[in-house]
Design a protein around this ligand. Sequence first.
Ligand code: FES
Ligand code: FES
Length: 159
Amino acid sequence: MAQNPAQSFTLNVDGNTHTVEVDDPDMPLLYALRDHMGLNNPRFGCGLGQCGACTVHLDGRPVRSCITPVSAVGDSRIGTLAGLGTPDKPHPIQKAWLDEQVSQCAYCINGWIMTAAALLDEKPRPTDQEIKDALSTLICRCGTHAAAIRAVKRAAQTL
Ligand code: FES
Ligand code: FES
């Protein structure tokens, strides 16, 4: 059986341009980031859009890259954890995560930080309910939810 010809997609990731060649335009953006570009902050958790570990920003909004086809990204700006802050200059939510010692195994951390950062961009002073709503669909098997909410509140106080 004849194979589909490879298709090329140019992606804007953290302000840098990357071109990927893929056999299947429905391939998840997560695979393009991890397997084609070596950007390993977005994690593979459920692969079904249900846990949030794979979250990246598309034009500033959090999306689950495991269920986002690479062909659907177009010219949107992709933001990853690597572009959020640095050890020398962390994003306020990254600093708050450390200050509150939220992480346990840290497998889920990418999704929580990226989701919280997008919330704080949109609403620098979120209410408790807005924080809970924004984080409600993220899964952490280590049970860090309460500490994560404290960290978002702490970060909001510094913005
Ligand atoms: S890996 Fe994407 S939502 Fe779970
Ligand atoms: S810190 Fe372990 S899964 Fe969240």
